[in-house]
Design a protein around this ligand. Structure first.
Ligand code: NAD
Length: 281
């Protein structure tokens, strides 16, 4: 039976250390500040934004919340981003995705000052990750790696299979695993014989968004399995991995919920504190 990689407990530990760091920064005259911009009324986004704000408060960060109506135009949103870029109290800017389809997401993300891009989605920050000189690593991929690190996973020469190739999760995770000297396979919706690909993995990261797509008998005995997926099935939240069956074979596995999710917010806070430190030089 696999050992659990407990994201809730690890996130708590990360936040405890951050709280102290925030207090020290405040003593030096810098209160790390995060601006969160939410456009429209997507209920899941509203929940994420609330929990980001709550965590800022708990850790002593300043937070600046901007909730805009769904009809907000591109120009108005860009003007707000410009304002936040110029505001010295704001060290990190997060524009909650997805944006309404009347707004071009890429244009907005590119407008954020890369030194305040704590989500790590600006092309400059993604480019830096690609060349092995990361500034802000996207939060969910950073959380995935922190969980694997905490599980003392052996990376060098191991076969890592990342299922999903999104800009937010799959692609950055693959880069981070490559930087740890894994041999990385990126699988996606057009991959043939996905089961066979996953069967050869020492490390599996599933970021697809399809409930229990990865079956238990696809998992190589002794593998480490990180499940990024969050899927609502009736009243329950389930991941992209069939947890019970996979846990019979894996050495390490993340639960859903309580795995990657809590780490994402902890990594956002860490990036915001790093952004504040950047201003100290
Ligand atoms: P996305 O929809 O942008 O990307 C999904 C990827 O899965 C695509 O690259 C696609 O090629 C691949 N895919 C789709 N169907 C497939 C199939 N049948 N076989 C193999 N690959 C397939 O999603 P995303 O933003 O990367 O998110 C993925 C999941 O992770 C979602 O469930 C999302 O809710 C969750 N998520 C969780 C967190 C967190 O903090 N825990 C953060 C971000 C995303």
């Amino acid at each position: 039976m696999a050992e659990l990689m407990d994201g809730k407990a690890l996130a708590k530990e990360v936040k405890r250390a951050l709280k102290q760091e925030v207090a020290q920064l405040i003593e030096q005259g810098v209160t790390p500040g995060l601006a969160v911009v939410l456009v429209g009324e997507d209920p899941a986004s509203a929940v994420y934004v609330r929990s980001k704000t709550r965590t800022c408060k708990r850790l002593g960060l300043a937070h600046f919340d901007h909730v805009l109506p769904a009809e907000t135009g591109q120009a108005q949103l860009m003007a707000l981003v410009d304002e936040l870029n110029a505001d010295t109290r704001v060290h990190g800017i997060l524009v909650q995705l997805p944006l309404p389809n009347t707004i071009d997401e890429a244009t907005v993300l590119e407008r954020i000052d890369p030194r305040k891009d704590v989500d790590g989605f600006h092309p400059e920050n993604l480019g830096r990750l690609m060349i092995g000189e990361p500034r802000f690593v996207p939060c969910t991929p950073a959380g995935v790696m922190r969980l694997l690190d905490a599980g003392n996973v052996d990376y060098v020469g191991k076969h890592a299979v990342v299922v999903g190739r999104s800009r937010i999760v799959g692609k950055p995770v693959a880069q981070l695993l490559l930087a740890r000297h894994c041999t990385v396979t990126m699988a996606h919706s057009r991959t043939r014989d996905l089961d066979e690909v996953v069967r050869s993995a020492d490390i599996v990261v599933a970021a697809v968004g399809r409930a229990e797509l990865v079956k238990g008998d696809w998992i190589k005995p002794g593998a480490a399995v990180v499940d990024v997926g969050i899927n609502r099935v009736g009243e329950k939240l389930v991941g992209d991995v069939a947890f019970e069956a996979a846990a019979e074979r894996a050495a390490l596995i993340t639960p859903v919920p309580g795995g990657v999710g809590p780490m994402t917010i902890a990594m956002l806070m860490e990036n915001t504190v790093s952004a504040a430190k950047l201003t100290l030089g």
